[in-house]
Design a protein around this ligand. Structure first.
Ligand code: G
Ligand code: G
Ligand code: MN
Length: 523
């Protein structure tokens, strides 16, 4: 059929959509946390780098200031040279100055009448202006220099040791340079215009006659790498945390709000199915019926707990559609199984559904099938949502009765049903809330209520089914007290029809169901 194919491909499409949106949720959460952490790591690294740059600029400036201070002092003393016109005496003095002042490799002084005398005889000093400037290599200069000049004269310093200092202080993530005027001397020994270099923290040499400073510029690209290298553990944790959050959100979200759309789609894709839980006699554990419990295998989230999706289905107005589907599916399934005579099949019905005349049609196929098998349908109505007179449920119930359907008051003891409520709606069975059995031997009040219940149920002609029986002790006790029907994990958990069939015919039910010392013992 074309329709079937269409649904099948729609199913695949939806599973893909859901799983890809799951992947997206992980990616978004992990990415968000990752970039947040990376941002913080970069910020921290950046602030630290800036602080470090300031520190280092200041330290190197201090060192260079100390290295250069003899030259600074010598420059200040140039005007104390003896005046002369022939440069002879001056050249001698200048040569001695070069000899004893560290870093100075050449000196010149203005003599009387504008003559310039040099520290080396026969060398003509280039013209110079007051101030400081860098001298790049080239023009016969093997090592860069620093020229300091004032009105009295000029000193040319060997900048090699300064370069060495810069190189020593430099790091992959921190470029060091010496700024003189509009130029910088970088750690490789080159001289470049100031604008070409990234500017960082500057620290000025305190004793310099001119503005000479040490620059320390953080290298941001290297810092990103450094942040990645040093913070990888934090980044890894952030990514893991992001995935964890995504998982939590998806699980919590999937748990709390399986959307109405998903339920509607789940019905269409036949993702809902039935589990069957045995109802047995208290005296010998013989199976006399089952309760049908809805189960949902979600294509992505797997098995969804019924407490979650039943409430969502009720809230989304889809519980009728879900039950209708389940009734049909159960009618199909039960065709395959031979049932003991008088077998009861319990189905949970919402009060809302019970007010709809369509319920009669919804039940018809199952009712007919069960009639053929001499079994009967029991609709379980929870005490938690009481039936209302005005809802029109009475008419529907009358119709159901004519079809031979029976009614059970489910979760008895959880709400506030009284005798009047029971007789008004004509319930055939009372299903006692789980808490009453687990309270046996612990909560004497609830235990007493269980005793009193038998008396009044006999009076009213309703049969009691006790739910939540989990131990042999509980079975023995309830049997001795005179309860007739029991349901609980001790006899059988909710299971698929195939499992139920095996369980029903394997005889396990009888061997574990028969209480020891049935005739005399007390539980
Ligand atoms: O087996 P389990 O944990 O699924 O049952 C939880 C509750 O969900 C039961 O108390 C039962 O009332 C409710 N429930 C299970 N299946 C259905 C269903 O098909 N319709 C309604 N209305 N309730 C159901
Ligand atoms: O609709 P109703 O509340 O009757 O559904 C029965 C619910 O009780 C199901 O969720 C089923 O899984 C659960 N249940 C059945 N037997 C036991 C039992 O022995 N102990 C406990 N704790 N839960 C049970
Ligand atoms: Mn029930």
């Amino acid at each position: 059929m074309g329709g079937k194919n269409r649904f099948a491909s729609a199913g695949r499409g939806r599973a893909w959509l859901l799983s890809s949106s799951a992947g997206a949720a992980y990616a978004v959460c992990a990415g968000l946390l990752l970039s947040l952490t990376l941002g913080l790591a970069l910020l921290a690294t950046g602030l630290r780098a800036q602080w470090l740059a300031g520190e280092r600029a200041e330290f190197v400036a201090g060192q260079l200031n100390w290295q250069l201070s003899p030259a600074f002092a010598a420059l200040a003393r140039l005007d104390a040279l003896p005046p002369g016109t022939d440069c002879g005496a001056q050249a001698q003095e200048l040569a001695e100055l070069v000899q004893r002042t560290s870093l100075v490799r050449f000196a010149a002084a203005r003599g009387a009448g504008g003559v310039v005398c040099a520290s080396r005889r026969g060398v003509v000093a280039e013209p110079f202006e007051s101030g400081a400037r860098l001298l790049p290599t080239g023009n016969g200069r093997m090592v860069p220099g620093l020229r300091l000049a004032n009105a009295a004269g000029m000193l040319e310093l060997d900048a090699g040791p300064l370069v060495a200092q810069l190189a020593l202080a430099e790091r992959e993530s921190l470029k060091m340079s010496l700024q003189v005027g509009g130029e910088v001397l970088v750690a490789s020994g080159e001289v470049r215009p100031l604008g070409a270099e990234p500017v960082g923290e500057a620290s000025w040499l305190p004793s310099a006659p001119e503005r000479i400073g040490v620059l320390a510029a953080p290298q941001w690209s290297a810092l990103v790498w450094q942040a990645l290298r040093t913070q990888w553990l934090a980044l890894l944790l952030a990514a893991a945390l992001g995935c964890g959050i995504a998982w939590g959100v998806r699980r919590g979200g999937g748990g709390r709000k399986a959307t109405g759309w998903e339920i509607a789609e789940g019905i269409r894709q036949k993702e809902f199915f039935a589990h069957y839980q045995p109802i047995v006699t208290a005296s010998n554990g013989e199976c006399v019926g089952v309760e049908v419990l809805a189960r949902w295998r979600h294509p992505v989230q797997g098995n969804v707990r019924s407490e979650v999706f039943i409430q969502t289905a009720i809230d989304a107005g889809l519980i009728v559609a879900l039950t209708r589907y389940l009734l049909r599916r159960v009618a199909e399934e039960l065709q395959q199984i031979v049932l003991p005579p008088g077998f009861m099949v319990g189905i949970n019905i919402s009060t809302e559904h019970l007010a709809l005349p369509e319920l009669l049609d919804d039940c018809r196929a199952l009712v007919n099938l069960l009639r053929d098998k001499q079994a009967q349908l029991v609709l379980e109505i929870s005490e938690r949502a009481p039936l209302q007179e005005a809802s029109g449920a009475q008419k529907v119930i009358n119709g159901l009765r004519q079809m031979g359907v029976r009614l059970a008051l489910d979760d008895f003891g959880a709400g506030y049903a009284d005798k009047a409520y029971l007789s008004r709606w004509g319930f055939d069975y009372l299903k006692v809330e789980k808490g009453y059995v687990s309270a046996l031997g612990q909560d004497s009040l609830k235990g007493n209520i269980l005793d009193g219940l038998l008396l009044s149920s006999n009076e009213m002609g309703v049969q009691v089914i006790v739910k939540g029986v989990e131990t042999q002790g509980q079975q023995s006790y309830l049997n001795v007290k005179g309860f007739e029907y029991l349901q609980g994990f001790y006899f059988g958990k909710p299971m698929t029809l195939n499992h139920f069939r095996q369980w029903l015919y394997s005889g396990i039910a009888e061997s574990r169901g028969r209480p020891p010392g049935k005739t005399g013992g007390e539980g």
